[in-house]
Design a binder for this molecule. Structure first.
Ligand code: SAM
Length: 285
């Protein structure tokens, strides 16, 4: 195990990936070794010398690439120190300009920077204000807390442990009820034990979870501890190069459960009920 941990540290080496949940990264590494048995043999036969071999280079670049697609690619080349500094400034003075400086560091929140007031008003209008939110695969979205009405309790979950520490410090400074959990959201029982909320968010998350584990979304819909779920999908690929159409696999799962949809230029939001027997008809499509 310790040799594997050393290998993992070498793979994660770059600062950009250092804040990721280690158990999650270890699983990605083990899966890669399973898919590449000859490299696994080379590694197991001599772990010490393995890192000097060509196969190690390939392993490192491919595993990093995979980790970057679930995590790192969303940060615009920003390193931990820069994030910490921007968050410290926000904690020192909770102004909109300081919040923007933080939200700008992550692609997803940067994209909706100017839409937040409209977006949250639209998304949460069925309830007026909600008392609690569970943000799944939250990224930097909790830093948009100022745009929510009614000071809800805010629970955040992601595999980016260091980012969750920053979120913890920010929400603590606001004096609101909050909790952060660094978990792999393809782990269905871990999701089932997250704090319960009125509304859960899963913004730009499900494509990535499905890549990691096909059909996991269907199982998650049964256990997410909330009454309602707001899912979003990007309508353009990362880098805005090509449009991505409707996710038919998702539409099938939520037939009869869609309350409403909200569309931004690059993102579509779908509000669905999670209450088992309840079906919502009407404004779905
Ligand atoms: C595209 S970003 C979206 C961030 C945020 N929801 C937003 O829209 O602003 C995807 C987020 O999901 C997280 N994520 C991806 N796979 C995950 C997994 N298996 N478990 C937990 N979080 C995951 C990533 O770390 C990243 O923060």
């Amino acid at each position: 195990v310790s040799a594997l941990n050393e290998l993992l540290d070498l793979v994660l080496g770059k600062r950009e990936l250092s804040g990721i949940n280690k158990d999650f990264a270890r699983q990605v590494l083990l899966r890669w070794l399973e898919d590449n048995p000859s490299v696994a043999v080379a590694y197991r036969s001599d772990p010490k010398r393995f890192t000097r071999k060509k196969e190690f280079q390939r392993l490192r670049s491919e595993v990093r690439k995979e980790l970057r697609t679930v995590y790192g690619a969303f940060f615009k080349g920003q390193y931990p120190a820069k994030k910490k500094k921007a968050v410290a400034a926000l904690i020192a003075a909770d102004s909109e300009a300081n919040a923007h400086n933080v939200l700008k560091l992550h692609r997803s929140t940067a994209e909706r920077l100017n839409s937040y007031p409209f977006l949250y008003e639209q998304l949460l209008s069925p309830w007026g204000a909600v008392d609690s939110i569970l943000d799944l695969g939250c990224g930097f979205n909790p830093f948009a807390y100022r745009y929510l009405a009614g000071r809800p309790a805010y629970f955040s979950a992601d595999i980016a442990c260091e980012d969750l520490d920053l979120i913890n410090a920010y929400l603590e400074s606001l004096g609101v009820r909050h909790e952060e959990r660094c978990v792999d959201l393809t782990d269905v029982s871990a999701v089932a034990s997250l704090p319960r909320a009125k509304v859960a968010f899963a913004f730009k998350l499900l494509d990535s979870l499905e890549d990691l584990q096909r059909d996991v979304t269907a199982r998650l819909l049964d256990v997410i501890p909330a009454d309602w779920l707001i899912v979003s999908f990007p309508t353009m690929s990362l880098g805005q190069t090509k449009p991505i159409g409707t996710r038919q696999w998702f539409e099938k799962l939520v037939t009869g459960k869609v309350l409403t949809r909200v569309t931004l230029p690059n993102e579509q939001f779908i509000i669905i009920t999670l209450k088992q027997k309840e079906s919502v008809t009407g404004s779905g499509q």
